[in-house]
Design a protein around this ligand. Structure first.
Ligand code: PGA
Length: 251
């Protein structure tokens, strides 16, 4: 059965000290609890190693929010997938809409990043999603299909190592959440597309997370949808108090 996952995306919101404190809080909040999903925190590069150390031995998995498309070398300011893996982190978010929008990330680049992540044993959390105009003009399915094309360059065996996150851009950080019906429609569409490109078994086993103003109040309804396997959480992941109810939405 495919994994249920609740993953935090801290974005550019935490200093090293704040990140460690948040990881400590979350570890304490989870201690002794039986949770029904995998819990992941994706942190700024500056804190990946310290957070990985802080949560070692707990159920919390750690990830980065991006990685370089290059293996190593003269790429000032870049962080390679093997460096991320060397901290004990196991995940990396790739293709987040903010990277696509502010850093011009496209499929050609994301294919290289996927290859780097997979070559270094990291699980990519690969984000897709339409902007408001694409939702309004009803072109969102072809947009998402176009973004999924980067993943479809992978073999079925490599694709099976990836997690997909559907994040409608108009719902990110805006307080506007896709209704559970809107989200379910796209998740089912993505799963069908995966079945068409690989096969039904690969599609059934792919975890597809929802992201975009997901919080404790709407997580239960979203997670009750048959094709929603968890969430990628921004704002509500910045405090253990707001992140925990989303984790606990998996009963
Ligand atoms: P949000 O962000 O939960 O703050 O909307 C989600 C994301 O961008 O991953």
């Amino acid at each position: 059965m495919r994994k249920k996952i609740v993953a935090g995306n801290w974005k550019m919101n935490t200093t090293l000290q704040e990140g460690i404190a948040l990881a400590k809080d979350l570890k304490a909040a989870l201690a002794g609890k039986t949770v029904k999903c995998d819990v992941v925190v994706c942190t700024p590069f500056i804190s990946v190693a310290s957070v990985a150390k802080e949560v070692e031995g707990s159920i919390i998995g750690v990830g980065a929010e991006d990685c370089s498309a290059q293996e190593k070398g003269a790429y000032t300011g870049e962080v390679a997938a093997n460096m991320i893996a060397s901290t004990g982190a196991k995940y990396v978010i790739l293709g987040h809409s903010e990277r696509r929008q502010y850093h011009g990330e496209n499929n050609a680049l994301l294919i290289q990043k996927l290859q780097q992540a997979l070559a270094n044993g990291l699980t990519p959390i690969f984000c897709v999603g339409e902007v408001k105009e694409e939702r309004e003009s009803n072109t969102f399915k072809s947009v998402i299909e176009g973004q999924m094309a980067a993943l479809y360059t992978l073999s079925a065996a490599d694709f099976a190592k990836c997690v997909v996150a559907y994040e409608p851009v108009w719902a990110i950080g805006t307080g506007l959440t896709a209704t559970s019906e809107q989200a379910q429609e796209v998740h089912a569409f993505i799963r069908k597309s995966i079945a068409d490109h690989y096969d039904a078994k690969v599609a059934e086993e792919t975890s597809i997370l929802y992201g975009g103003s997901c919080k404790g109040s709407n997580a239960p309804e979203l997670f009750a949808q048959p094709d929603i396997d968890g969430g990628l959480i921004g704002g509500a992941a910045l405090k253990a108090d707001t992140f925990m109810p989303i984790i606990e939405a998996w009963k």
